[in-house]
Design a protein around this ligand. Structure first.
Ligand code: PEP
Ligand code: MG
Length: 316
């Protein structure tokens, strides 16, 4: 049945009853962006800019950064597509020589992501100038979001900095505090994007790299789904986009649950777009909502998966 759905999928991001869901790609560089542009996606939901600089000792100047970003934006310079650029998420699992604070006892809880701008505002300002230059040069619709946002003040300050360059501003929901205050975050920004990898890590207090804790670092954990639900519902109330750009979006069954929780876009590795799109095309929004409610009520991740599957099994 799954194979049949894949074969007949039209490439449109919507449920069987026509509820639209934007399917987006996660990219890291020009090569992955070019590959993604050939996939049936509405754009890029996560451009991880820090991955461009893992081998760099020194910060590239604004012009060099602009050239790097333009190569990623250019394949998406079409009227109906857009690219969400994430500002540097340096630190912890992604050390960038010129932006990582060394000798932290708890790097995952340290000065990483947007927090780098507290002590080094110039780093963010130069990156925003480069992103804006690349957007102008390519004509690609460009949104910008910050990783590791924990407070409403951070969201407000970041949005002001981004809008000063004429771009749409959003923040990632990766820290439970951001999900708990999703309404107030949304009052400050144009969109939210949930990073389920880190949101799971910080909700469950379990290192995402620790294989012994894989049962905890599972986005099907009901506590994680509850935070996604709060965020999705906040977005529905004000009519602003709330996406998911963590690994969770690439799981076809979980993707249905996320849509049922109010998520409006799913960003994933290009290879996952077809299986996810085909799966969504075979379920109604009502079924997605039933799957979401069933998963939320489950005791643990494996029961949540079973409960979501059961909704589809007894469809008429
Ligand atoms: C996430 O945390 O889910 C996310 C998308 O960001 P990254 O995996 O790059 O930390
Ligand atoms: Mg993250």
């Amino acid at each position: 049945e799954e194979r049949a759905a894949l074969a007949t999928w039209t490439g449109a991001g919507r449920t069987a009853d026509g509820h639209p869901v934007k399917l987006l790609a996660n990219v890291a560089d020009a090569a992955s962006a070019t590959a993604a542009a050939a996939a049936p996606v509405a754009g890029v939901g996560l451009f991880r800019t820090e991955l461009c600089f893992l081998d760099r000792e020194a910060e590239p100047d604004v012009e060099e950064q602009a050239a790097i970003y333009a190569d990623v934006l250019a394949p998406f310079a079409a009227e109906d597509r857009y690219v969400v650029v994430r500002t540097l998420d340096a630190g912890s699992d992604k050390p960038v020589a010129f932006a990582t604070h060394p000798d932290e006892d708890n790097p995952a809880l340290g000065v990483r992501g947007l927090r780098l701008s507290f002590t080094d505002p110039g780093l963010l300002e130069r990156q925003l100038a480069a992103i804006a230059a690349a957007a102008t040069r390519t004509g690609a619709e460009t949104w910008v979001m910050a990783p590791m946002v924990a407070t409403v003040d951070e969201a407000r300050d970041f949005a002001a900095a981004v809008r000063a360059h004429g771009l749409r501003a959003g923040v990632m929901v990766e820290v439970p505090s951001a999900a708990l205050l999703a309404d107030r975050m949304l009052a400050e920004v144009d969109f939210l994007s949930i990073g389920t990898n880190d949101l799971t890590q910080y909700t469950m207090a379990a290192d995402r790299m620790c294989t012994d804790l894989a049962h905890l670092t599972d986005a099907w954990q009901p506590a994680v789904l509850q935070l996604v639900a709060m965020t999705g519902q906040a977005g529905e109330r004000v009519g602003k986009p709330v996406g998911v750009c963590g690994e969770a979006a690439a799981d076809p069954l979980l993707a249905c649950v996320l849509v049922g929780l109010g998520i409006t876009s799913l960003s994933m590795a290009s290879a996952a777009v077809r299986p996810v799109g085909a799966r969504l095309a075979g379920v109604t929004l009502e079924q997605c909502r039933e799957m979401a409610n069933a998963a939320l009520a489950a005791a643990d991740p494996s029961a949540a998966r079973d409960a979501a599957r059961a909704v589809l099994a007894d469809r008429p």
